[in-house]
Design a protein around this ligand. Structure first.
Ligand code: ADP
Length: 482
């Protein structure tokens, strides 16, 4: 891999401001497009996690004592360094994650935008002065940083899932100990290199690589950690929730989704197809807000299926470094097996493949961009996230029917619908039991908006002004004797 700045690719973990080099041992990281080993990161555990937490505790006190403006200036430098190195960071990301280079660079800009947003937002963590309940008393409400934060992040957005947590945590005056996904640690490490360069004090941001179980156990059991923020599966999220119970930690959980994408018969079909391509096939279908179930009203069902299949046929699968490629490989063999099982389950129960439908001729973990029609509630795709490039089309009669089907899931993260009738837009937006609703758009994530889910999709919100409050404690001061 050619980098303009090779020092950004570092095979080391950062514990309390000290680098721990892998020296060719530890955990091997592979390129999902080729299966080749790209490097190693140290296999660390409970002891190093504890050391990182102890260093964070010390560093956090001094950091919180600075003004929000000073903290913001350092974060702003971090943002600028990310943008100045967008190309290299994108390359590292494509190498370990597989997404096309243009999309990887897009993620760097998106990830950096959270650091930029929160560098500014840190100065607006306002409190309140509330009218007192007695003549000689005044009520003050202040918001203070929660303290040491532990973060565990997934492989599908190796950059942005970190910055969306680190931005608000650091801006509000917290310290962070991060465990990145084992598949994609190099993007996290490059971020730490740039954080150091931006002048972030030692110990404030550690990156611990190694055993998920051991690191997670220490992060959840250690009483110094006051908040755990996690993005990943509902299953692991529930386990971390349980492990955090004895120390009553605050939790931020961004978990699985099962997003419905609804096309009403008054929708602009071309716009709906464009939105579906973005919502379904971005990151090769491997995002928690990816459309997982496409509901199309009877009257436009065949027309939509045909248009969508036409657009999907134009997508190009391949190595993310190759020019013109729009879909990369799946992250690993287990992901490929799940996609294959979902397709087999659907076709076995009567669904019809309109486009794609099998492993790609490229081999490895590549799967064809796929459209499947006549999918029903009895099929696995209706209940579980496929997390791959498969668009299943369900049929519906009317509004009440589709609302019932769309809400018939334990998940409640993102949802999308296309319609023109204004009254219907309001009715449907209000009826969907989801934390996020995209109306006539397939792209909803941005630093300015609150991202998060209802039901088994999680707790709390990331991004926006709500995102920084998640990293603060409210303190009430009662001033008497006035
Ligand atoms: P995904 O399905 O997106 O891979 P996971 O929930 O399996 O999501 O993993 C998300 C993150 O959680 C990864 O960093 C992974 O290493 C970590 N993780 C998995 N199991 C545990 C665990 N038992 N304790 C702590 N972290 C874990």
């Amino acid at each position: 891999m050619q980098l303009k700045d090779p020092t950004l690719f570092r095979q080391a973990a950062l514990i309390g401001g000290e680098w721990h080099e892998a020296r060719g041992e530890g955990i091997a990281v592979t390129d999902p497009a080729t299966g080749g080993v790209i490097g190693h990161v140290p296999k660390l555990g409970a002891a190093e996690t504890r050391a990182a937490i102890a260093a964070a505790e010390v560093a956090q006190k001094g950091w919180a004592a600075r003004t929000a403006k000073e903290r913001g200036a350092i974060l702003r430098r971090w943002y600028e360094l990310m943008m100045a190195n967008q190309d290299d960071l994108g390359r590292i990301l494509t190498l370990e994650q597989g997404k096309p280079l243009a999309e990887a660079k897009g993620e760097i800009a998106y990830g950096a935008s959270f650091i930029e947003w929160f560098a500014e937002e840190g100065r607006r963590v306002y409190g309140d002065i509330v009218p007192g309940h007695q003549p000689d008393k005044r009520i003050l409400v202040m918001k203070q940083p929660i303290g040491v934060v532990a973060a565990i992040t997934p492989w599908n957005f190796p950059n942005a899932m970190i910055t969306r947590k680190a931005g608000p945590a650091l801006a509000s005056g917290c310290a962070m100990v991060l465990k990145p996904a084992a598949q994609t640690p190099f993007s996290a490490i490059a971020l730490a290199v740039l954080a150091e360069r931006a002048g972030l004090p030692k110990g404030l941001f550690s990156v611990v690589t190694g055993s998920a179980r051991e690191i997670g156990a220490e992060m959840t059991a250690n009483p110094v950690v006051r908040k755990l923020t996690f993005t990943g599966s509902t299953e692991v999220g529930a386990e971390l929730y349980r492990q955090s119970a004895p120390t009553i930690k605050k939790l931020g959980l961004e978990l699985g989704g099962n997003a419905p994408f609804i096309v009403f018969d008054d929708a602009d079909l071309d716009a709906a197809v464009e939105g579906a391509i973005i919502a379904k096939f971005r990151n090769n279908g491997q995002t928690c807000v990816c459309a997982n179930r496409l509901y199309v009203q009877e009257g436009v069902y065949e027309a939509f299926a045909e248009k969508l299949a036409g657009a999907v046929a134009k997508l190009k699968t391949g190595n993310g470094f190759q020019e013109g490629v729009t879909l990369g490989p799946l992250i690993d063999a287990a992901a490929l097996a799940k996609v294959e099982e979902h397709v087999a389950d659907a076709t076995g129960k009567g669904a019809r493949v309109v486009e794609g439908g099998k492993r790609h001729a490229l081999g490895g973990t590549f799967f064809e961009a796929t459209v499947i029609a006549d999918v029903t509630a009895e099929m696995a795709m209706a209940r579980e996230e496929t997390f791959g490039p498969v668009a299943p089309l369900f049929r519906f009669r009317d509004e009440a029917d589709v609302i019932r089907q769309a809400n018939d899931t334990e998940f409640g993260l993102a949802s999308y619908f296309y319609a023109k009738d204004l009254a219907r837009v309001f009715r449907v937006a209000e009826a969907l039991e989801y934390g996020m609703v995209g109306v006539n758009t397939g792209l909803i994530s941005t630093a300015e908006a609150p991202f998060g889910g209802m039901k088994s999709s999680g707790l709390g919100r990331e991004g926006s002004r709500y995102g920084i409050e998640e990293f603060t404690e409210i303190k009430y001061v009662c001033l008497g004797g006035i």
